[in-house]
Design a protein around this ligand. Structure first.
Ligand SMILES: *[C@@H]1O[C@H](CO)[C@@H](O)[C@H](O)[C@H]1NC(C)=O
Ligand SMILES: *[C@@H]1O[C@H](CO)[C@@H](O)[C@H](O)[C@H]1NC(C)=O
Ligand SMILES: *[C@@H]1O[C@H](CO)[C@@H](O)[C@H](O)[C@H]1NC(C)=O
Length: 320
């Protein structure tokens, strides 16, 4: 009887494992959002489109960030989708911001699926690491410290916040070290630095310095940097008169080791963070802007491996 039970369990485990799709371009994605990019907005738009693929010089950009460019792929045609901050965070996990162009607390009911639903349906793991979040699954709007709910989109969706098992994955960022020490990195991680480290209440220079310090030990951690794509981006352009909402994107990690020190000028938006993930693992889609070409181009090194057809965007649509 016990043997039968064990055999049955083994079968179940095998079936569950077999269902987990192999990532075509990476096994882990680790997304980090900074705030208020002032780095590129001072450079004329014509300049980005004229940038050569190599040997570029992003004038006036931050030295700490620039020092990372040679280790990764610069996305010089990446765009926020709205103002202020929060709609960009919603867009990155839900494929839409549902008309909420504000930073107030919203609870989207259980009809609103997110990337979490698509990941879990295929047995992939996820977690959001939130700096200074007071406790796991905290739903308050601010901790009176450095944590802000407007930068944690996961907690705004009832399918996550009202599901205890899922909400265990909405964690204070200190959990990252615990996870790595236990040899664990989820397939999908969304890391939100606190209001200082992300540059919101400080400067891009401060955020960039924080990020390079944060990143260095992770890059040499074999649990972390194991077929891992790190995406650094900014939520929105600081300059609201920039109708295209142009921000900087940067791909790092061993998933891009063969194409490091390059520039990718494909048109991307926050929705690309969903289409890239769904394309990598074959997860289907949310049926929102994650399938709205031209807003949903897939990071081109991933598209090349999955056969996804990106579209050329010569005239970036207004996204503010
Ligand atoms: C992540 O996904 C890969 C498939 O790409 C799978 O083999 C691996 O076990 C997953 N890792 C974790 C920690 O869930
Ligand atoms: C960043 O943008 C927010 C509005 O989204 C603003 O409140 C804040 O002052 C800005 N910070 C900097 C450093 O420009
Ligand atoms: C790296 O990933 C592979 C494949 O998923 C796994 O077998 C291996 O244990 C991982 N290495 C570390 C150090 O986590």
């Amino acid at each position: 009887m016990l043997f039968k039970k064990l055999a049955f369990l083994a079968l179940l485990t095998a079936a569950a494992t077999a269902q987990v799709p192999k990532g075509k371009a990476f096994d882990h994605i680790f997304i980090v959002f900074l705030e208020n990019t002032t780095i590129l907005t001072r450079i004329p738009v014509s300049y980005y489109f004229a940038l050569p693929q190599k040997d570029y010089d992003l004038a006036i950009s931050d030295p700490a960030l620039r020092s990372l460019f040679s280790s990764g792929v610069v996305l010089n045609n990446y765009h926020g989708v709205a103002h202020p901050s929060q709609p960009n965070y919603f867009a990155a996990i839900a494929g839409d911001y549902f008309g909420y162009k504000d930073d107030s607390s919203h609870n989207l009911d259980t009809s609103y699926k997110t990337i979490v639903d698509l990941l879990e349906a295929k047995g992939l793991t996820w977690r959001t690491y939130q700096e200074n979040m007071p406790s796991v699954c905290y739903t308050g709007s601010s901790s009176k410290s450095l944590y802000y709910r407007k930068h944690n989109p996961f907690i705004s969706f009832d399918l996550i916040s009202k599901n205890a098992a899922r909400c265990k994955n909405v964690v204070p960022s200190t959990q990252l070290q615990t996870d790595l020490q236990a040899g664990y990195l989820p397939n999908y991680s969304f890391y939100t630095p606190n209001i200082k480290n992300d540059g919101h209440d400080t400067t891009v220079a401060y955020a960039s310095k924080w990020f390079s310090g944060f990143l260095a030990p992770l890059l040499s951690n074999p649990t972390f940097n194991n077929n891992t794509l790190i995406v650094l981006t900014f939520d929105e352009a600081d300059d609201y008169t920039d109708k295209t909402n142009h921000v900087l994107g940067l791909l790092l990690g061993d998933a891009v080791k063969n194409i490091k020190n390059t520039v990718d000028s494909t048109y991307y938006t926050q929705y690309s963070l969903i289409s890239t993930v769904t394309s990598n693992w074959g997860l289907g889609n949310l049926g929102r802007n994650d399938i709205n070409k031209p807003l949903s181009n897939v990071f081109s090194f991933v598209a090349a491996l999955t056969g996804y057809q990106n579209v050329v965007v010569t005239n970036p649509p207004p996204l503010n």
